[in-house]
Design a protein around this ligand. Sequence first.
Ligand SMILES: [Zn+2]
Length: 331
Amino acid sequence: MNLNIYPWQIEQWQFLVRANRNGRLPHGLLLSGPSGTGIDDFADAFAAWLLCEQQGEQGACGQCQPCHQVLSGNHPDLHLVEPEETGKQIKVDPVRSLIEFTQFTSQYRGNKVAIIRPAHAMNRNAANALLKTLEEPADNVVLLLVSDSPSKLPVTIRSRCQRTQFSSVNRESGLNWLCESSVIDQNQVETLWELAQGKPLLAMDMIANDQAGQQAQVLADLRGLLEQRTDFMQISQNWSEYSAADVFNWLLFLIVTMTRSKLMGCRENGKSQNNRDLQEIVNQLNLRQLMDCYDLARCHYQAASGLYNLNQTGLIEDFLLFWQGQTATGG
Ligand SMILES: [Zn+2]
């Protein structure tokens, strides 16, 4: 469980801390905003803070008895409701146990906190069961509903909660955080930021899975194939270790970056191997070729990320053949 908030959540944090100090914290809070920006962690941190015996301005102390219990996942006044499996519904039974939890006296004679996430996963019966608790909550009970799709929640639930809205993360703030929290260089961080579409926690996952390294390999292979230095079958085999949807996502990003560089007529900054590979490809292909490759990559990306179980290797090889064919007419 996480006790810290992210730098881009300070405004929401201060607002809720102030509300609590002034005795105006509502019983039902709906925390909503884009996925991949750490709202789940915010809910954890705020729940821990509400239960902490030495609340700091920036979060729970992490030292007191309740904090230890929160961290080890067995605080008696904290209750978590989640689907049994990711992507599944939250059924009525877990919500009934939550209601029961709110009715007992708190162990520490302080706050009792429940987190429901993602709240929009509650099925109709579960949502209906929760309504009464939201309408007439017991004293000192705080319900934190977390959702990146609040419009999927029944209006009756939404109207009984006070919304705390998180927006997408400011680029500068996100990049700074990624640089401080990881060991990768500035160029890679910026690339990842684009790939993760401005979702810092998603970018962090990509770092953990070494997607930056894999993407650099894809770029080097593209150049090798164009210059007839690398064997087609070897590349196909290399790429078959990645998910085809990931490969085409990287390709789309790379081709957009190449096209931008071609159009602006400017060289990519930096002297990294990545930039040299990219620039060489830009020198060898014309705009028309880049755009044709983009169209094919987009088409295959949709196929690879769709519901149908298509031949992933076939999609990758089809693209590689097309890419290889660009050499003859390049320039
Ligand atoms: Zn504490």
